[in-house]
Design a protein around this ligand. Structure first.
Ligand SMILES: Cc1cc2nc3c(=O)[nH]c(=O)nc-3n(C[C@H](O)[C@H](O)[C@H](O)COP(=O)(O)OP(=O)(O)OC[C@H]3O[C@@H](n4cnc5c(N)ncnc54)[C@H](O)[C@@H]3O)c2cc1C
Length: 286
């Protein structure tokens, strides 16, 4: 196995594109190294991207934020301005693992590991985040909901890597939230995760919303019908019920020891409603 730590994106892309066998990007390594130890993957080439400045920066851009794909959860949690504007995204990233894991784990790795239960992904999708991707063919932007195709399957092609995420400008009167259900209090994989981002206008009416669900399908879902159920409403109980119903209708989960289909579907509705109410409270304060 070869380990490389290029200092530029061009060098990283060239290494990944030229590799013959399995080549993997290394960010925090909290998924990759565990999988290597368990012999689930045996890469011939590992390209550590943490030396590439663009993957490690957090900066304002065009009224929004540009967040490097290799920024750790701990670093995101320490960024008070980002946390104030995108509390749901930062909270979701900060739910990943323990304090030790937080010092390594990144949102790029969380997305590119390709788990439908990845915690930061529903929050990023609800936020309308766009992944900036670099590859042998140049740069392209992909909405986060289009990166993952299924368990361990991504729409990235050979040689491509996620450089950063763009979080759009936050309109006045908007807020986001992410909630997950896990059997333990921490250090567990989401049985259901729900991210909601919404904007309220005059008279407290919801003018825009995005709803995303994790761990209830083969990939993290953008649930447009759930957003449509609350746009144009004040999120009063009847709208909350329609939101819950739309969230449940989108679920096609697996049935396993951590949650039956019925349980995951039920919890998806409850968490979506609760996340929407937290997002609403935050929107009213903005
Ligand atoms: C004890 C423990 C607890 C955990 N708890 C949680 C949890 O609560 N919630 C949760 O969602 N996850 C959890 N995880 C899983 C893991 O920590 C997260 O998925 C984390 O975000 C992965 O990020 P990373 O930087 O460590 O990724 P890495 O392990 O470096 O990479 C993961 C995968 O993504 C690829 N990759 C990484 N970065 C990029 C990039 N920029 N472009 C293209 N491909 C890339 C790698 O090649 C690899 O295949 C836990 C893991 C451990 C060990």
């Amino acid at each position: 196995m070869r380990y490389e730590a290029p200092q530029s994106l061009e060098a990283a892309v060239a290494l990944l594109a030229r590799a013959n066998g399995d080549a993997r990007v290394l960010a925090g390594g909290t998924d990759l190294l565990v999988q290597m130890r368990a012999d689930v993957v045996e890469p011939e080439l590992i390209v550590d991207i943490k030396g590439i400045a663009e993957t490690r920066a957090v900066a304002r851009e065009g009224g929004g934020w540009r967040v490097g794909a290799a920024v750790t959860g701990a670093e995101l949690g320490e960024n008070a301005a980002l946390k104030r504007e995108w509390p749901g995204v930062v909270e979701a990233a900060n739910l990943i693992g323990s304090t030790q894991v937080q010092g390594r784990a990144t949102m790029g790795g969380n997305l590119c590991n390709g788990s439908p239960a990845a915690d930061s992904v529903p929050a990023l999708i609800a936020a309308g985040a766009v992944a900036a991707v670099a590859g042998p063919g140049g740069r392209r932007d992909i909405p986060v909901e289009d990166v993952m195709l299924g368990p361990r399957k991504l729409s990235l092609t050979k040689g491509e890597l996620v450089v950063s995420f763009f979080l759009p400008p936050r309109p006045k009167g908007s807020g986001d939230a992410y909630l997950r259900f896990i059997p333990r209090t921490e250090m567990d994989i989401a049985v259901v995760g729900a991210g909601v981002n919404l904007t309220v206008g005059a008279g407290g009416v919801v003018t825009a919303a995005r709803v995303s669900l994790g761990a209830v399908a083969e990939k993290v879902l953008l649930v447009e019908a759930a957003a449509a159920a609350i746009v144009g409403t004040r999120l009063a109980p009847p709208a909350q019920e329609r939101l819950e119903a739309a969230a449940r209708a989108a679920c096609r989960p697996i049935d396993d020891k951590r949650g039956t289909v019925e349980f995951r579907t039920q919890v998806a509705g409850v968490l979506t409603r609760r996340a929407a109410l937290i997002a609403l409270g935050r929107a009213r304060e903005n």
